[in-house]
Design a binder for this molecule. Sequence first.
Ligand SMILES: Nc1ncnc2c1ncn2[C@@H]1O[C@H](COP(=O)(O)OP(=O)(O)OP(=O)(O)O)[C@@H](O)[C@H]1O
Length: 304
Amino acid sequence: MILGFQIGFLEIGWVDVFDILFVSFFLYHVYKLMKGSVAIKIFLGFLFLYLIYLVVKAVDMELLSIILGQFMGVGVIAVIVLFQQEIRKFLLLLGKTTVFEEGNILKNVQHFFHEKYDKNHLDVSPIIDGIKNMAGSNTGALIVFSRSSELKFFADSGDRLEAKISKRLIMAIFNKHSPLHDGAIIINNNRIVAARCILPVSERDDIPAQYGLRHRAALGMSETTDSLVVIVSEETGQLTVARGGSFEHNLSTQEVRARINEYLSNLDDTKNESLMTKAIKPDQKEKISKKDAKESSKQELPVD
Ligand SMILES: Nc1ncnc2c1ncn2[C@@H]1O[C@H](COP(=O)(O)OP(=O)(O)OP(=O)(O)O)[C@@H](O)[C@H]1O
């Protein structure tokens, strides 16, 4: 061992320091992933059992340490089964922060040759116009923006469209009588990739009761993927953005436009924390009335 320093009888090497730092970093990220979900309670239960096991082993309580030892032996399998959702999220998180992310290598090459390359070339205006109209008429909508991949897994859960974006198409999809209105649309690379997509539902237990499945699905999608999800509430016409496992509620269409543009231009990577400061709080129960939503839509630019 490369000796670093000594505290009393403890010899601490630099490798130990890195080991401790790495484990702290790992545990912190595991905690962040699980925060607010039921899994954190199971995780703490496991941790508690493991600590008891260590104590029991240290004081040589044979019978108990054999029983707990058996339990710890199958612990890895139990952990994989119990935490499959979290492990999936963690691996996705690892994947999306590496150069191997889908499209990432290509993007970097394009960046290298064309500094001003705009990744998505997305004109947000028709989408914002559609959102404005849907908010005014209390038409529920779920719109997923993805800057890096077409989210194939989720796109395949719905109906492939590969359609050019237009305000009328978006409104037609989410029209209550449309066979495509249920679920989410996915937008990537300046096209509507798919409609009627099923998103993963967040398991967080601190989401206020007034937010139903549409909001849960948006939050779940933002937890598991690097996407930005816009929700138009059918009940209130209120606009919400979900990103990185947080909500921003009660946004104006201009604010939604800004969030989408920031997301697509990558600016929010560094500002994401500050943008998402309005994470859901139990007391955040204000709802925009139908009238307010209509008035706010009138203040926006006229739609074509
Ligand atoms: N897993 C899912 N993936 C995609 N869309 C979903 C999912 N679950 C529900 N939805 C959509 O949400 C709709 C139900 O919304 P619900 O009223 O429960 O949500 P809400 O959050 O209260 O929204 P609203 O404010 O619009 O009422 C469904 O009709 C469906 O279109």
